[in-house]
Design a protein around this ligand. Structure first.
Ligand SMILES: *Cc1c(COP(=O)(O)O)cnc(C)c1O
Length: 961
């Protein structure tokens, strides 16, 4: 046989389920002759793409890494003194390798199935404890998207809380010493809900202004100044104004926390706790507040509860799924957040402990002191009196400073006048400070005696600003400081969690695809990690090339004219897209158009985002086949024709079906002057076969953490870029600090950083580059094949709700579990918990239909894995039948008692009416690789009644009961 010299292994064959024999067997089971036949029965001909995807040829994994290294090297790494909310940090290598580079952590899902998520839940509890103790607040969440959006969530919270004399107040005061990107984003978020942002000097603002209901201060301020806000906050409270403080976590190890100054909420970023800058993200935003606001707090809260054995067990507390339940009345649209980054920040605090953190902060502060005193000695005016790590300095010629520092590979912050900002961080050394001082010394033509200055250093703050309260006293922050201890602690948590390293996670709508190793490797290259988001453009040439290519590719895939890479989650994409639609209507004198039509089956973030964008939600009906009820839609479009802003539609629908009428639906909305927003969460069924542009949508977000392989990280990070048709391109979001971002009439920013969580765009880039157009199209076809294979195997056992006109599902399907309630007293949740005993994570539970499971296998699962899952489901169906037929007890059976832990089956006498083997080894494959849940079924209601959201010693917990 001849061997080709040009043979290249195709990545596609690793990503897709591509075994020919398996595929033939699957097609036979489905009852079709070919994949083409299946696709033609599934995707309506009218919406097929006119031409195949036109993308660069697929690269092999080796070739991609080679090429990409070259692109990466076009980013130039300067030392950053820019500050402004982003700081260089050392990611402890034990955390780098065992969390950030570890698929057991990064491929996990949001911990809805708490019994198999105790590891990350514990680290998130550590995160909440860290935030509460450093900020001095009573409760904290885990976590938000970035500092700026966290500040906006506080604005929303205060706006929702105002009452009495303030009921009509509509103004939010923002100190002009907040970070510019935060001020910009607050403008975006305030305007559509009718809130005015008043930016000014906090020392002179007239708080008796009755319109003011809330205020934001920065601590330390963006120029480094540290103010004691105690009396200011007290004055605000006298006038019934609530105050949020954006605070720097490292500074809080030395400075009096805002909670002790009376703040109602404290927000910020946990980036500098071991998370690379990454040209803007991803990082965890944090939010701490008072206990009294816990029920209105946005985001997810981890809480302590108990399992059926009475053991301590963690789970998400309170309004976990509140968007699904409260929809347009939800407190926020936060869904995917930044779990992996909160986990890293908490691990950083665990590793360093309170003493270690304090030392890092003290050194950072001391270097800043050394620099400030030296510059004064050299004759410069240092404008910042009390500071932590940042000073603002007046220079006679800031261009000369810029030229000299850039020649030495340093970036400072330029305020656009005759002042510059200098921020220190954990990474900067004594030698760095000396080099920087040397440049100023040269410019001034003078020298300083550094030893003398060093001897004179005193880094005590004013007494009121000096932190006196203890923090991080819990054992978890005082135990794991050696590398062995840390490694084993991380491993012990990792071992409690089920992720894609164990088995398929078939979450409908959430698309848990392969996160290939080659896609993940560049994420931790310093060329991508060590860039500050506000560096001069020419230093980020590699990133800009990446953005350009990725934009082009995503435009080709979506059929749109332009993209914005700014939104850092799907829900933020929804918000950004709706704000673009709003700006479009306004530009045409149609500012009154504010009605969003949203089908009842939509994801909860849709109505929540619409309300944030200042729209009124009108719900449209779904017919008995799960499709949009066309008659109802027509009636409502007509009724609201005057004021119609848009329709939000998920395609294929959340019911897993390609609706035939989608083109008519888009035409109908357009005829009434509305725009069509497509929720792109289900793009994995479209890529290469059809596209939002082909169908007639005007704007669509892509969940890059679903369709484009960014791992879910246990609940984030993600990216939600939006694509738009040409008429909307001028309105794509801009940025206050970085120019050249967004359209010609750009709306203000929707994320703190200009390109959102830029560093993880490398993952989607790698995926597209290695798959090529054909590979991506095959992926979509294979996703549909895998889903229809599961449907074929399971439909005799579980009713499949909703299928297309020819009996096919798209890339996912809904299995109806509601009948079992009647026949066996079994609920969908019992199936979800029993799947754990079989080694599987449950499919999506009760969305979009209560009492059902929505299964989405993705293209990356092999037939063998699909079969294991089907065998498990059929096994469970048989167990239900035993209850139905009276062979098993109605209340003490393997489903009701699931999941089964080692403790349950090994401790004491076995008294249950079924065997231990049946409990934990229900099928032979389970025995070969058993995954043990570490707690039994968790009592969520108990935890909500007795809310505990921080690490407290176990003995205190016992008495707290
Ligand atoms: C996941 C999802 C969203 C929300 O996206 P996030 O990235 O989690 O913010 C919205 N709509 C649908 C249908 C989804 O599946």
């Amino acid at each position: 046989m001849k061997i080709s010299l040009r043979f290249q292994e195709l990545f596609e064959n690793r990503h897709n389920n591509s075994d020919e024999a398996d595929r033939s067997a699957m097609l036979a089971e489905i009852g079709v002759g070919s994949i083409e036949e299946l696709i033609s029965q599934t995707v309506p001909a009218a919406i097929r793409r006119p031409a195949p995807l036109n993308l660069p040829p697929a690269l092999s994994e080796a070739q991609f890494l080679d090429d990409f290294k070259k692109l990466a090297s076009r980013n130039t790494l300067f030392k950053s003194y820019i500050g402004t909310g982003y700081y260089d940090t050392h990611t402890p290598t034990v955390i780098l390798r065992n969390i950030l580079e570890n698929p057991a952590w990064y491929t996990a899902y949001t911990p809805y199935q708490a019994e198999i998520s105790q590891g990350r839940l514990e680290m998130l509890l550590n995160f909440q404890t860290l935030i509460m103790e450093l900020t001095g607040m009573e409760i904290a969440n885990a976590s938000l998207l970035d500092e700026a959006t966290a500040a906006a969530e506080a604005l929303h919270l205060f706006y929702a809380l105002k009452k009495g004399a303030k009921a009509k107040a509509d103004t939010f005061f923002v100190s002009d010493r907040c970070h510019p990107q935060t001020i910009d984003l607050l403008q975006t978020r305030a305007t559509p809900i009718g809130v005015k942002v008043l930016v000014g000097d906090h020392r002179t603002v007239d708080l008796t202004n009755e319109a003011i209901f809330g205020a934001l201060l920065q601590y330390p301020a963006t120029d480094g100044a540290v103010f004691d806000y105690t009396s200011w906050i007290a004055a605000a409270h006298e006038l019934d104004i609530k105050v949020v403080v954006a605070a720097d976590l490292l500074a809080l190890t030395l400075l009096t926390p805002p909670g002790e100054m009376g703040a109602d909420a404290v927000v910020g970023s946990a980036q500098r706790f071991g998370v690379p800058m990454g040209f803007g993200g991803p990082h965890a935003g944090y939010f701490g507040t008072k206990d009294e606001f816990k029920r209105q707090m946005p985001g997810r809260i981890i809480g302590v509860s108990v399992d059926t054995e009475g053991n301590r067990a963690l789970r998400m507390a309170l309004q976990t799924r509140e968007q699904h339940i409260r929809r347009e009345k939800a407190t926020s649209n936060i869904c995917t957040a930044q779990v992996l980054l909160s986990v890293m920040a908490a691990a950083y605090a665990v590793y360093h402990g309170p003493e270690g953190l304090r030392k890092i902060a003290e050194r950072t502060h001391a270097l800043t002191q050394l620099t400030a005193l030296s510059l004064k000695e050299l004759g410069y005016e240092v404008l910042t009196e009390a500071f932590f790590d940042t000073i603002r300095v007046r220079v006679s010629d800031s261009q000369a400073v810029r030229t000299a520092t850039e020649a030495a590979g340093l970036n400072l912050r330029y305020f656009g006048d005759d002042t510059v900002g200098i921020s220190f961080d954990e990474v900067k050394t004594y030698e760095d400070a000396v080099a920087l001082i040397g440049i100023f010394s040269q410019l001034a033509g003078k020298t300083v005696n550094l030893d003398e200055i060093e001897n004179a250093l005193s880094w005590e703050f004013d007494e009121v600003l000096t932190r006196s309260s203890a923090y991080l006293t819990h054992p978890v922050f005082n135990t794991h400081h050696s590398e062995h201890e840390m490694l084993r602690y991380l491993k012990s948590l990792e071992n409690k969690d089920l992720s894609l390293v164990h088995s398929m996670i078939s979450l409908g709508s959430c698309t848990m695809k392969l996160n290939a190793t080659t896609e993940m490797i560049p994420v931790t290259w310093p060329e991508f990690g060590k860039l500050h988001p506000f560096v001069p453009k020419e230093q980020a040439a590699g990133y800009y090339e990446l953005f350009k290519n990725l934009n082009d590719w995503l435009c080709e895939i979506t059929g749109f004219a332009a993209m914005s890479l700014q939104p850092n989650s799907g829900a933020q994409g929804e918000y950004a897209g709706l704000m673009v639609i709003r700006a479009y209507h306004e530009s045409r004198g149609n500012g009154h158009r504010n009605i969003a039509l949203i089908p009842a089956s939509a994801h909860g973030t849709n109505p929540a985002s619409a309300v944030m964008a200042g729209m009124k939600v009108v719900v449209t009906k779904t017919d008995e086949n799960g499709n949009i009820d066309l008659a109802d839609l027509k009636a409502k479009a007509e009724q609201y024709s005057e004021n119609l802003s848009c329709l939000m539609v998920t395609y294929p629908s959340t019911h897993g079906v390609f609706e035939e009428s989608i083109i008519d639906i888009c035409n109908l909305i357009h005829a009434h002057g509305g725009q069509v927003y497509m929720d792109g969460a289900n793009m994995n069924a479209q890529v290469g076969l059809t596209s939002p542009g082909t169908i007639g949508a005007d704007v669509c977000h892509l969940n890059l953490h679903k369709t484009f392989c960014i791992p879910h990280g246990g609940g984030g990070p993600g990216m939600g870029p939006i694509g738009v048709a040409a008429h909307l391109a001028p309105f794509l979001p801009g940025h206050a600090v970085v120019d050249g971002v967004g359209g010609a009439q750009a709306i203000s920013a929707v994320s703190a950083a200009p390109f959102g969580s830029a560093s993880i765009l490398t993952i989607s880039y790698a995926y597209i580059a290695m798959m090529g157009g054909e590979g991506l199209t095959h992926a979509t076809e294979t996703a549909i094949l895998n889903a229809n294979y599961i449907k074929a195997r399971l439909e005799a056992h579980f009713p499949v709700l909703y299928v297309g006109s020819q009996g096919r599902c798209a890339h996912e399907m809904i299995l109806d579990c509601r009948p079992f309630k009647q026949t066996a007293g079994v609920e969908a949740e019992d199936l979800a918990k029993r799947l754990m005993d079989y080694g599987f994570h449950a499919p999506t539970l009760s969305f979009p239909v209560a009492g059902t499971l929505m299964v989405e296998p993705t293209e990356s699962e092999s037939k063998a894995e699909l079969d294991r899952f089907c065998d498990a489901m059929i096994g469970i169906r048989n167990e239900i039948r035993e209850i139905e037929e009276g062979q098993a007890d109605k209340s003490v059976n393997v489903l009701k008692m699931a999941p089964h832990t080692q403790n349950v089956v090994l401790t004491g006498e076995w008294t249950r009416p079924y065997s231990r083997e049946k409990a934990v080894f229900p099928l032979p494959y389970v025995k070969a690789a058993k995954f043990w849940p570490t707690v039994s079924r968790i009592d969520s209601a108990y935890g909500d009644r007795n809310l505990v959201c921080a690490c407290i010693p176990v003995e205190d917990y016992a008495t707290a009961e």
